[in-house]
Write a protein that binds this ligand. Structure first.
Ligand code: ADP
Ligand code: MG
Length: 485
């Protein structure tokens, strides 16, 4: 047995109430064995609250922050109900490929003493091997775009489906997957169990649940981040010194795993390259990388080969990364709820965590919104002495063939349009497709063929810079803005 993990077990020490055991939750025997093998001692709060209903076959809406153990909660009934050789019986939808991969690894671990045919299905990789797997699959974990592809190709048979899980539902909707998710739901049998798991509850999530769930039970758990263990600080500094200060802090703060958040893919790349030139070994992670590269980066980070990860919100959301002691906001998120997600990466499992915001005048408005969040205390730290570093000139990213311009038009518009193109937070892969002609998620009046950019670009998870290359020129914002000469 592995060493026992301590997660969210605060109540064990602080309350007289003995914590319920996994056995008491009515889990099937092979799953109990797997849980013991994993070294989990007690159910987490969300597991304790949701599993009894989940296992009864009720529709459940469960809200709990990232890292609170939601995967096991929905896996419980899947592993209990799925029968061997009866075809596809459970479908888990996740917003990104990494999550699909992560969830399928977890489900496989949980089913190790009663192995079932579990496969993950997502875009950005060849569809052929997936088709072979689908024929045998009993449990599928996948991203909405690719699942719809399979449904359209009749390579996925949902007629025997018993359980549908919407994992990270908030993220899925944020990423503009609403229509895709609805289409998938409409392909599922009416008589099914629907489970919705989410880190936050938005009106959109609630609307979705009202439409497609059957008398759902709602449960939620307290945030998993321990506010007592979390310190938050900000440095207010001229933007041209942001990088120098970050480098200074990265070199001088005592830390284990560090996540540095940027708002755009471009900033992630630029920062990683510059840190490298300063001798800070940092990994970059954003949706523009190939699937292969993203998996490699995560492996390196998990194995503690490199302790600094520079990432965008999309790329990092929901990933289970343990031992993060520092979260840096090199760019301040435009939405305060994104801030909550970012800080949730640290101060977990009884460990101390520190959040450091590096702000300059451009960030004041966004930062004010964050300070307005209830109970948010972020200390203003005096800027320590640091060595000033010149940013190295970064070569242009080879992203997308940029529109061919006649005339010498350069400047703000180009910069803006480039910045927009790389905004991971707003537009995951293919997101652009949807945005044209309407708000995210409203494009494509039902005709999939109209979505341009080839098959893969339809998989709107967080990857695929190739979408930019395939987009039709006349749709580009840039060209719309270009003055006529
Ligand atoms: P979420 O989906 O809520 O973000 P996960 O299901 O990915 O969280 O779980 C986060 C981590 O906690 C995983 O590494 C998982 O193995 C671990 N974990 C889950 N349940 C327990 C438990 N009861 N005790 C200890 N560790 C757990
Ligand atoms: Mg999860």
């Amino acid at each position: 047995m592995k060493h026992s993990k301590t997660i969210n077990n605060e109540q064990d020490e602080n309350s007289d109430k003995p914590s319920i055991t996994f056995r008491e939750l009515g889990l099937p025997h092979p799953l109990l064995k797997a849980i013991e093998h994993e070294g989990f001692e007690h159910p987490t709060e969300i597991q304790e609250k949701s599993i009894p209903f989940v296992i009864q076959g009720r529709d459940v809406i469960a809200q709990a922050s990232t890292g609170s153990g939601k995967t096991l909660a929905f896996s419980s009934v899947i592993l209990k109900e799925t029968q061997k050789d009866f075809g596809l019986q459970a479908l888990i939808l996740t917003p990104t490929r990494e999550l699909a991969e992560q969830v399928s690894q977890s489900v496989k671990k949980f089913s190790q003493f009663n192995p079932l045919k579990i496969f993950s299905v997502y875009g950005g990789v060849s569809i052929r091997p997936q088709i072979e797997n689908l024929e045998r699959a009993e449990i599928i974990i996948g991203t909405p775009g690719r699942i719809l592809d399979h449904i359209a190709r009749h390579t996925m048979d949902l007629s025997q489906l018993k359980i549908l899980v919407l994992d990270e539902a908030d993220r899925m909707l944020d990423m503009g997957f609403r229509q895709d998710v609805e289409k998938i739901i409409n392909h599922c049998p009416k008589k099914r169990q629907t489970l919705l798991f989410s880190a936050t509850m938005s009106e959109e999530v609630i609307r979705l649940s009202q439409r497609y769930m059957n008398n759902p039970v709602e449960v939620s758990a307290e945030p998993y981040v321990d506010p007592k263990k979390l310190t938050q600080a900000y440095y207010d500094i001229n933007s041209k010194f942001k990088f120098s200060l970050l480098t200074h802090l990265l070199k001088n703060e005592k830390s284990r795993l560090v996540m540095v958040f940027c708002n755009t893919r471009r900033n992630v790349d630029r920062l990683a390259r510059n840190l490298e030139s300063q001798g800070v070994n940092a990994l970059a992670l954003h949706g523009g990388f190939s699937q292969d590269k993203r998996s490699r980066v995560m492996e390196q980070f998990h194995s503690n080969e490199t302790n600094v990860l520079i990432c965008t919100d999309i790329a990092a959301r929901g990933l289970d990364i343990q031992g993060v002691t520092h979260v840096y906001n090199y760019d301040i998120p435009h939405e305060s709820k994104e801030y909550i997600h970012r800080i949730g990466r640290t101060a977990r499992a009884k460990e101390e965590g520190k959040v450091i915001n590096i702000i300059s005048n451009m960030d004041y408005e966004d930062f004010q919104n964050i300070l307005n969040i209830e109970d948010m205390y972020i200390k203003n730290e005096p800027v320590p002495p640091f060595t000033e570093i010149q940013l190295v000139q970064t070569e242009r990213r080879p992203f997308a063939r940029r529109p061919i311009r006649r005339g010498g038009f350069r400047g703000m518009n180009e910069r803006r349009s480039r910045e927009r193109r790389t905004r991971d937070d707003r537009r995951p892969s293919g997101g652009r497709d949807r945005r044209i002609g309407g708000r995210a998620g409203e494009f494509r009046g039902g005709d999939r063929k109209r979505s341009f950019g080839g098959r893969d670009s339809r998989d709107r998870d967080s990857g695929g810079s190739r979408d930019w290359r395939n987009r039709p020129r006349e749709r580009s914002n840039f060209r719309k803005r270009r003055p006529r000469f």
